[in-house]
Ligand binder design. Structure first.
Ligand SMILES: [Zn+2]
Length: 259
């Protein structure tokens, strides 16, 4: 069974993924979700820079249909009317969700206009998150990394929007605990060190339906597929749960987005 990688990025200068397609298949992955070069223009990109990042991302989606699904990158500190226009523009290019990074905390009310629109059109948000108890609330000037507590706040205010919190392992079990009551929140497994036990704990606390495989591969570098996939393969969870994490939950989220 092939996996679907729900968390990958291209660097802005990459305009062709052909060198990676066969390698990706050989790693046991047949589809990837491309989230754009979300840090390619710094922590707080202008709407013009956001458009440039999306043009690059959806250029790749168009070049590799069937292999890539694309998310529209938005910055909640931009003018909300311009962000909503950009979302519409990306939907015409096939966007199946919105990605946000570190410009604003997920609990910031400047996300609200975008969240309301996502609720109306039935698309998910994939938001960066990390354990800021260990990193510090602001780890570098302007880098507003959301804690899972910010994700929980957002999820409570918009319970009808599917929210995928990025980076399960560096959020750890405390992060899982923060979002457990919010059934609209899923975690992707990308990133951090390949520590054992976190996936097992997340499956126990959230259920296997709320966790998605992601690598955070960043073409041409970034995190590798192998160790990120091996974390799931080695996890002491039932095979049926592994199949959900590696493929079936991603299929469900993508199908709901295309309705
Ligand atoms: Zn990422």
């Amino acid at each position: 069974m092939y996996a679907i990688d729900f968390h990958t990025h291209p660097h802005l200068h990459i305009d062709d993924l052909t060198p990676w397609v066969e390698f990706t298949w050989r790693c046991g992955i047949d589809r990837i979700v491309l989230l754009g070069d979300v840090l390619g223009r710094g922590y707080d990109p202008t709407i013009g820079q956001v458009r440039q990042i999306n043009d690059n991302n959806f250029g790749l989606v168009e070049k590799h249909p069937g292999f890539c699904a694309g998310f529209c990158f938005l910055n909640a500190t931009n003018d909300p009317r311009e962000s909503l226009e950009e979302l519409d523009r990306c939907r015409t290019m096939g966007a199946v969700g919105v990605k946000m990074e570190v410009s604003a905390f997920a609990s910031d009310t400047r996300l609200d206009p975008i969240m309301r629109r996502l609720g109306e059109i039935g698309l998910p948000l994939l938001h960066h998150s990390w354990n800021t108890w260990s990193m510090g609330r602001v780890s570098a000037p302007g880098c507003n990394q959301s804690d899972s507590a910010d994700i929980a706040d957002l999820a409570g205010r918009f319970p009808r929007v599917t929210i995928i919190a990025a980076h399960l392992r560096p959020n750890g079990l405390r992060g899982v605990w923060e979002v457990r009551e919010h059934r609209n929140v899923l975690f992707d497994t990308s990133g951090g060190q390949p520590v054992t036990g976190v996936i097992e704990g997340a499956v126990r606390l959230l259920g296997a339906d709320r966790i998605l495989y992601g690598s955070d591969a960043y073409f041409p570098d970034g995190r590798d597929y192998g160790p990120q996939l091996a974390c799931i393969e080695a996890a002491r969870i039932p095979n049926r749960a592994k199949e959900k994490l590696m493929r079936f939950n991603a299929l469900r989220v993508l199908e709901e987005a295309r309705r």
